[in-house]
Ligand binder design. Structure first.
Ligand SMILES: Nc1ncnc2c1ncn2[C@@H]1O[C@H](COP(=O)(O)OP(=O)(O)OP(=O)(O)O)[C@@H](O)[C@H]1O
Ligand SMILES: [Mg+2]
Length: 436
């Protein structure tokens, strides 16, 4: 079943078409008036002209050939019915401008010349019957040549405009596409900037809070331990309660430490590093503690990757978080974790792209931006700080992280690390410039 295009408006009445038809009508009422073949031909010309746009829209290449060919044919018929005695003398010969100009609008210069030559040949073919009865005088030969030359001139002038017009249109289209592309990039950059701002603001707040919580926690913990010692065996219930206080305080203070890592301004100290050993190390430390299903790790490291300016500890921290998430997503069932590294150019910067792909349940599209927010978690015991720390660390390296939907199940995180960060450039500049 054919689907109808939803929003294509019906072509409205084109006033220029009406004016055109009026001109045709003008031809119809000029002599020879009672030549009904002439009137029929004019009607046919009008129909072809009106149908042309639809024809070309339907069959872009064939439609043009048909339009020009039909017009040449009809023009030739019109000449046949309008010459007094000899068709070649018909005053309607300018009707050939119709196919000639049409061809000039649709085709390149050479094809236009060929079509014009065909039109001229059709016109000149009336020479044959004329020569049966009369001789060709020099004067009439000149006249014929003149008319034909004008066909070519008209064709060439229109063609030049048409070609130039097409070139411009193409350029505007390309420009528009470029603009749309730049817009998309800008939007993505804005989203990333917003994310960084959000993190920075939240970071400051939680740093203050965490700091304030830490001190009383220390006092509580100390007191609980002291109580436990003091009570010894005299009051087992109180001792048990003091034990709870102590262990819960431990949990709280682990949380506060995680907060502070997230909140504290990071001080990356990048040095040039090979990326593979760092990735392997992060993999090992997650796998070593893993208590869930079997996870198969597929490493696809590209050979001869460049060294990157990385802070060893922060980099590992980031990838431990990412890999931990992947393991947790695959959970008791286990699965496959693919780790790829590729050398890439991104937005004019060269660097390395790391792709982490697991076979867990994946991330729903509407959560793809939220998961980087602090405290966004879907896990019963999660804090939701892992990815915001990752995001901060990667920012600090001048890199970019994003989630890709790979169509199938599983999540895919793509991280780009540039070979040169602004920070590294600055450091370099301050080292090399004297007196600073
Ligand atoms: N590989 C993954 N597959 C599916 N969902 C994921 C994956 N990684 C992250 N997520 C989703 O993003 C959320 C946020 O992750 P994030 O690491 O920030 O916090 P968390 O793992 O829940 O807690 P924690 O602070 O302990 O890391 C997760 O709760 C989970 O819903
Ligand atoms: Mg996590």
């Amino acid at each position: 079943m054919m689907e109808t295009a939803p929003a294509a408006p019906r072509p409205k009445i084109n006033w220029l078409d009406i004016v055109w038809l009026l001109f045709l009508l003008g031809l119809a009422v000029l002599p020879p008036v009672h030549e009904y073949h002439k009137q029929l031909t004019l009607v046919a010309i009008g129909i072809v002209q009106l149908m042309e746009r639809r024809m070309v829209a339907k069959w872009p290449t064939r439609g043009r050939n048909y339009a020009v060919l039909l017009k040449i044919l009809l023009a030739t018929m019109l000449i046949n019915h309008t010459g007094d005695e000899l068709s070649i003398n018909s005053s309607y010969y300018p009707i050939y401008y119709l196919p000639v100009v049409t061809a000039a609008m649709y085709y390149g210069p050479w094809a236009t010349i060929l079509w014009t030559a065909l039109a001229s040949a059709c016109y000149s073919s009336y020479l044959y019957p004329a020569l049966q009865e009369y001789d060709l005088t020099a004067e009439s030969a000149e006249l014929l040549a003149l008319r034909i030359l004008f066909f070519f001139m008209a064709a060439m002038i229109v063609n030049r405009f048409a070609v130039e017009n097409r070139r411009q249109t193409k350029r505007y289209q390309e420009l528009a596409e470029q603009l749309a592309d730049t817009n998309r990039q800008l939007q993505r950059a804005q989203a990333e900037a917003r994310r960084s701002e959000r993190l920075a603001a939240l970071g400051q707040m939680s740093a203050g809070l965490a700091h304030e919580i830490r001190n009383p926690l220390g006092v509580i913990k100390g007191s609980a331990e002291m109580l436990q010692q003091k009570l010894q065996d005299s009051n087992p219930l109180a001792q048990e309660l003091a034990g709870y206080i102590s262990s819960e305080v431990n949990r709280l203070s682990a949380l506060v430490t995680r907060f502070l890592t997230f909140a504290r301004p990071l001080h990356a100290e990048p040095t040039l590093q090979a990326i593979e050993p760092l990735l392997d190390h992060a993999l090992q430390s997650v796998a070593g503690q893993w208590r869930g299903g079997t996870v198969i790790v597929q490493k696809e490291y590209e050979k001869d990757l460049p060294l990157l300016p990385l802070d060893e500890n922060l980099f590992e921290q980031a990838f431990v978080n990412l890999i931990q998430n992947a393991y947790e997503a695959m959970g008791e069932q286990g699965g496959t974790l693919r780790l790829q590294t590729t050398r890439v150019e991104q937005n004019g910067r060269s660097g390395v792209r790391v792709r982490l792909q697991d076979t867990g349940p994946g991330i729903p599209a509407e959560q793809r931006e939220q998961i980087f927010n602090p405290f966004f978690t879907s896990k019963p015991t999660g804090v939701g700080l892992g990815l915001s720390i990752v995001s901060k660390i990667i920012d600090e390296h001048g890199g970019v992280i994003r989630v890709e939907s790979n169509g199938g199940p599983g999540a895919s995180f793509v991280v780009f690390f540039p070979q040169v960060t602004h920070r590294a450039e600055l450091d370099h500049a301050s080292i090399s410039s004297p007196n600073t």
